[in-house]
Design a protein around this ligand. Structure first.
Ligand SMILES: NC(=O)c1ccc[n+]([C@@H]2O[C@H](COP(=O)([O-])OP(=O)(O)OC[C@H]3O[C@@H](n4cnc5c(N)ncnc54)[C@H](O)[C@@H]3O)[C@@H](O)[C@H]2O)c1
Length: 313
């Protein structure tokens, strides 16, 4: 029983990488994804192309909100819960989708996990910290600045309640800005690369001096894997790199790697964006043995290679 796991959001950016990793480690993986319309179904199908026909992979195109989750969890030891409505900026106008896909869907999943005694690894976000003193550690008070971040804080608290009330095993991972092949089309590195390679100006929100702890997707996947396979019953961890760079530096790096001089225009600050992020990863290092491997320069090189291969005709 222990080697069958569920990945929710398996057609998404991070979920598809995690599914590949779990299959390569010999797990049987059940995947569920609703192909929500936030970005195209074709991209999500392509994300799954390396494993959709794998004999150890079973796929359900279904929504967590109304699917029979009790049945789905039968024989599953661990759920990696990545399905969600992501994105900080869209969370003002798209509020209902965040309530449905983040809050209601997670509550249903937690109920099913409780009944089936299944451990959950929950994909939270660094955005729960808001504008905090750096580096953010797991004891930093939470201060969400967007409806998206608020739903992640809510979900963390719900996982905590299920642990306290029913003894559910839950590990919450706060991912810091994830990048790499298959990055969601709405995310900055994808948009910047597109503009850079098509000779269009890159729009920077604010002065560009805001800093982010950009974390390569294989390091995020490793953090999930370590959490899912650890004996820890309940805890919260930052999964980042411990380093951060400004958006201005990121654009310079993208330009250097692509061999293009970036054109830049500054526009107003986006509602809900936090100023800076940088993770303290001491706790994940100590308790999970987490150790991020990919330096930003190498990660950006791999990303640009991937982007050119899949997005340029
Ligand atoms: N990408 C990042 O930088 C980042 C940072 C912090 C946290 N996270 C979290 O990591 C997780 C994965 O993010 P991502 O960037 O891969 O996003 P993504 O949009 O690429 O993947 C999410 C997937 O979940 C599916 N989904 C959404 N609601 C569903 C539902 N109700 N039922 C079934 N499937 C549903 C979507 O169709 C999508 O394929 C999310 O929970 C996100 O909030 C991401």
């Amino acid at each position: 029983m222990d080697n069958k796991v569920l990945v929710t959001g398996c057609a998404g950016f991070i979920g598809s990488h995690l599914t590949e990793k779990l299959l390569s480690e010999g797990f049987k993986v059940v995947g569920i994804d609703a192909f929500t319309p936030y970005y195209s179904r074709a991209i999500k199908e392509r994300n799954m192309s390396s494993f959709i026909d794998n004999d150890n992979f079973e796929f359900y195109e279904a929504n967590l909100i109304n699917y029979n989750l009790k049945q789905l969890l039968h024989g599953i030891s661990t759920v990696y819960h990545l399905a969600a409505q992501p994105g900080v900026r869209y969370s003002w106008e798209g509020f209902k989708e965040y309530v449905n896909n983040n809050i209601l869907a997670t509550q249903r999943l937690l109920e099913a996990c409780r009944e089936n005694d299944t451990k959950i690894v929950f994909a939270s976000s660094s955005s729960v910290y808001g504008n905090a003193k750096l580096p953010e550690n797991e004891k930093t008070p939470l201060n969400p600045k967007s409806p998206y971040a608020l739903t992640k804080e809510f979900d963390e608290k719900l996982c905590t309640l299920y642990h306290e009330t029913y003894g559910l095993n839950a590990i919450m991972l706060r991912f810091f800005t994830v990048y790499g092949p298959r990055q969601r089309p709405d995310m900055a590195i994808n948009i910047f690369t597109h503009k850079l390679l098509s000779g269009e100006p890159i729009e920077i929100y604010g002065d560009g001096r805001q800093k982010r702890d950009f974390t390569y997707v294989s390091d995020i996947v490793e953090g999930n894997f370590l959490a899912g396979t650890s004996k820890i019953k309940f805890d919260t961890f930052n999964i980042g790199t411990g380093n951060s760079i400004t958006i201005n530096k990121l654009i310079k790096l993208l330009g250097d790697v692509a061999g293009v001089d970036p054109l830049v225009v500054h526009v107003g600050k986006a509602a809900g964006d936090v100023r800076d992020t940088r993770a303290s990863i001491a706790k994940a290092k100590k308790k999970l043995g987490y150790s991020p491997k990919v330096k930003i320069k190498d990660g950006i090189k791999k990303y640009i290679e991937w982007y050119k291969k899949y997005n340029l005709k």
